[in-house]
Ligand binder design. Sequence first.
Ligand SMILES: C[S@@+](CC[C@H](N)C(=O)[O-])C[C@H]1O[C@@H](n2cnc3c(N)ncnc32)[C@H](O)[C@@H]1O
Length: 191
Amino acid sequence: MASTPAEVLADVGGNQGRTMGVVVLDAVQAMELPEEASILDVGTGNGIVAIAIALCGYKVTTGEPEGVNWGPWQENAEKAGVADMISFQPFDAAAMPFDDGTFDAIVAGGSLHHMDDPAAALREFIRCIKPTGTICIVEPNEAGVARIIEDRGEHPPPLDLREVIDVKPHEWTVIAGETFDTYFLRSTENM
Ligand SMILES: C[S@@+](CC[C@H](N)C(=O)[O-])C[C@H]1O[C@@H](n2cnc3c(N)ncnc32)[C@H](O)[C@@H]1O
């Protein structure tokens, strides 16, 4: 029986849980957020990211555009035993229904390279994050996209987030992984 968060993610999310899920788990732990942190997950999909956040002990709001339903996230969250930690709200990342400075953390895993307008999404993340908050985006790199294509066929190309918009006065910290890279974006005014 799965017992550690990494085992639960592998059990629920297969390859996606073993690769992206575990990278998100490390990233959430690295942020050292307070227990009551307000956290948004952008691009619900199979729920792997939201489940990873919940397995770290945090409540999380997750969302994707209305009626899109990319995957059985509720079923996965039930299986992982964290359904009560996750709430869903439909939204488009390019025009989010949240006030300025709402979240301590905004997390997105494997979503930005699927979006029509990742630049608009990044601007919205910057608008909705608290001045002291962290935006954390996990994206497949060249090797990751090649692996997904091997498994499932056609796939959008990888996206280097540093090339999408000028984020000043925020600054990127990037951690390169085997198949997924982690991008942290924070305001330099609080460093
Ligand atoms: C491959 S899934 C990402 C994996 C997902 N985070 C998980 O944990 O299973 C891509 C996601 O991007 C979402 N997406 C695409 N365009 C979007 C947009 N404009 N706003 C919000 N989500 C979007 C899709 O609905 C889908 O849920």
